[in-house]
Design a protein around this ligand. Structure first.
Ligand SMILES: [Zn+2]
Ligand SMILES: [Zn+2]
Length: 129
């Protein structure tokens, strides 16, 4: 067997390569995530269903790390439920599949409705509304 066909050699080589080029790994991961977003999301949803306690723990940990954001988020959910807030369309592209974006988390009901893509742009500061 040549080293090229040896799976152990391949594994070590890839490991060393990833170690030597961490930025490349991030790049590939991003590209992979973009390409397989739907499948990854489905997988995650499945995992969440199978491990509700763990998933709850994760979101709980996030809220503990981001208490103000967590509160703002909860306030939006509540307000949508009791009718104080109605979901709008994306301010940029009019998509109806929207997130609530907070310019200021201390004003939990002052939200802007934006789709996932434009929401990401806002946080990357690529667009300003
Ligand atoms: Zn949009
Ligand atoms: Zn936001």
């Amino acid at each position: 067997m040549t080293t090229r066909e040896d799976p152990l050699y391949q594994r070590d080589y890839q490991r060393a390569y990833r170690k030597a080029h961490p930025e490349r790994k991030a790049f590939h991961n991003r590209r992979y995530n973009r390409k397989h977003r739907k499948r990854l999301k489905a997988k995650y949803d499945e995992w969440r269903k199978a491990n509700p306690a763990a998933a709850y723990g994760y979101s709980r940990a996030w809220v503990l790390r981001n208490p103000e954001k967590g509160r703002a988020y909860q306030a939006v959910i509540r307000a949508l439920r009791n009718g104080r807030l109605t979901r709008g369309c994306c301010e940029v592209c009019q998509s109806s599949d929207v997130h609530a974006h907070h310019d200021d988390y201390s004003k939990p009901l002052a939200v802007r409705w934006v789709c996932a893509a434009h929401h990401k742009d806002i946080h990357r500061k690529e667009i300003l509304l």
